[in-house]
Design a protein. Structure first.
Length: 390
C-alpha cells in the first residue's frame, strides 16, 4: 500500500522494472487484506495528510504502488479485500473518540467523526469483500519511508516496506468472504494471504461468474510447482516454465541454483553456508562458494534483489575476507589469494549479476530467460569469467 504518497520519487520505481510476462499465463496470487487505521492519530493523519482511505486509493486509481510479498512476480494476481475485522476497529475508535471529545479541539473532533462515518459507509459496501483484482506489473522492491520523501510515513499501520506496481480492475459485484471462506482461510496475522492451485481456480471462477473481468485474468492458471519432478536431467526444461513460481529461497536454491552452479563450477562440490571472516567484523555466511577459472568465489541467492533493502551492503560482507571456511566441520578454509576477493556472484529468479566491491557496482550479466539449453549455461559461464578477469 502506498498510493497517495508523494509519487515524484516513485516514477523511476514504476518504469525501471522488467515488464516481462510469464509464459503460458501461469501465475501465483495473493489476497491483500486492507485494514482500517488502528488509532485516532493515524485516522487524523489519513484525514489531514493522506486524503483518502487505502481502500479508496484502490477504487480510484488505475495503478497503485502496493505492498506485496517478496515472491510476487510480474503477471501475478492480486485480490484486493477490505478486512472483515475493520468494523470492530471503526466502532472501537468511535467509542474512544466519544470518551476523548473534551480533550480535543472541536474541529479535530468533527474531522475524526466525519472520517469514522466515512469508514463505516465504505465498510457497509465493501467490508469482508474482495472488491477489486490486480495484476502485478512491477517486480517487488524495498522502499523505505525516507525514499518516499514523506516524513510522516511511519503513521501507516502496515509493517512491510516491500512494494510492487499493480494495475487495478474494480469489480462491479464484490465477492463476500462467506462465498469463499470454506476453501480459503484469510490470514488474521498478515495483510497478505497466498492463494494456490485449485483454490485460485475456484476463486477466479467465482469472481468471473459474477463479473466481467480482463482477458488475462480469465485465462490465467495457477499450476503448482512440480518440485518432485525436477532432477539433474530436466531442471532447465521444467524451471524455464516454473522458475518464477519459487516462493522460498530454499526452493530456488535446491531446484534451480544448485543445478546451475554445478555446471558453472569447475569442481563438483558446491559449498554451502560458508563462513566469511574479517578482522574486527562479525562473521557472515555466503549462500555458496564455487570454484571457477582457477579461483573460488562466493555466491548469494535471492528471490528478488530489488526486494532487498541493501543487497550491495549484504554481499560486500563476502569481499576482502581474511579467510572463508568452505567446510567448517572439516576445518577447510580458503585464503584471499585463492578467492576472487573483490567479487560475488548474485542470482535471483530473473537475472544473474557480478558484484564488484571496488566499483561498488552490481553488474548485470544475463537474464535467466536466456537459459533454455545447456549450451546457454556455458555461454553464461564465459560471460561471468570475462567479467571477473577484466
Amino acid at each position: 500500500m502506498i498510493s497517495r504518497f508523494d509519487y515524484s520519487n516513485l516514477k523511476e520505481f514504476q518504469v525501471k522494472h522488467r515488464l516481462l510476462e510469464p509464459s503460458k499465463n501461469i501465475v501465483q496470487a495473493f489476497i491483500s487484506n486492507i485494514s482500517f487505521p488502528k488509532t485516532l492519530d493515524e485516522l487524523y493523519f489519513y484525514a489531514t495528510e493522506h486524503g483518502s482511505f487505502n481502500i479508496e486509493d484502490v477504487l480510484c486509481e488505475k495503478t497503485v504502488v502496493w505492498t506485496s510479498p517478496k515472491w510476487a512476480k510480474i503477471g501475478d494476481t492480486v485480490f484486493f479485500m477490505h478486512s472483515k475485522t475493520s468494523k470492530s476497529i471503526i466502532t472501537s475508535l468511535r467509542t474512544q473518540l466519544y470518551k476523548e471529545k473534551n480533550d480535543l479541539l472541536q474541529e479535530e473532533y468533527h474531522i475524526l467523526m466525519d472520517w469514522i462515518n466515512r469508514g463505516l459507509d465504505l465498510y457497509g459496501r465493501y467490508g469482508g469483500k474482495i472488491f477489486a483484482i490486480g495484476k502485478v506489473i512491477g517486480a517487488p522492491e524495498h522502499i523505505s519511508d525516507s525514499d518516499n520523501n514523506y516524513e510522516d510515513a511511519s503513521f501507516y499501520h502496515w509493517g512491510s516496506r516491500i512494494y510492487s506496481n499493480i494495475e487495478v480492475f474494480v469489480l462491479e459485484k464484490p465477492i463476500d468472504i462467506s462465498d469463499f471462506n470454506d476453501f480459503i482461510f484469510v490470514s488474521r496475522q498478515s495483510g497478505i494471504t497466498p492463494v494456490f492451485g485449485k483454490e485460485y481456480i475456484r476463486l477466479k471462477n467465482l469472481i468471473t461468474s459474477k463479473n466481467e473481468t480482463p482477458k488475462q485474468f480469465k485465462e490465467s492458471v495457477a499450476t503448482p510447482l512440480p518440485l518432485t519432478k525436477i532432477n539433474s536431467e530436466n531442471w532447465l526444461e521444467i524451471t524455464e516454465e516454473f522458475r518464477r513460481s519459487f516462493m522460498l529461497e530454499s526452493q530456488f536454491r535446491s531446484y534451480y541454483v544448485d543445478y546451475l552452479l554445478g555446471i558453472i563450477s569447475d569442481k563438483k562440490t558446491i559449498y554451502k553456508e560458508c563462513r566469511c571472516i574479517k578482522k574486527n567484523k562479525p562473521d557472515t555466511f555466503a549462500d555458496n562458494v564455487i570454484y571457477i577459472n582457477g579461483k573460488y568465489i562466493p555466491v548469494e541467492v535471492k528471490l528478488s534483489i530489488t526486494a532487498e533493502p541493501n543487497i550491495k551492503g549484504q554481499v560486500e560482507n563476502y569481499c576482502n575476507t581474511d579467510e572463508i571456511y568452505i567446510d567448517f566441520k572439516r576445518n577447510k578454509k580458503i585464503l584471499p589469494k585463492e578467492v576472487y576477493n573483490e567479487n560475488v556472484i548474485v542470482v535471483d529468479t530473473e537475472d544473474i549479476y557480478v558484484f564488484d566491491i571496488d566499483k561498488y557496482d552490481l553488474k548485470h550479466i544475463l537474464s535467466l530467460n536466456k537459459l533454455s539449453k545447456l549450451s546457454d549455461v556455458q555461454k553464461l559461464k564465459a560471460a561471468i569469467i570475462n567479467e571477473l578477469i577484466q
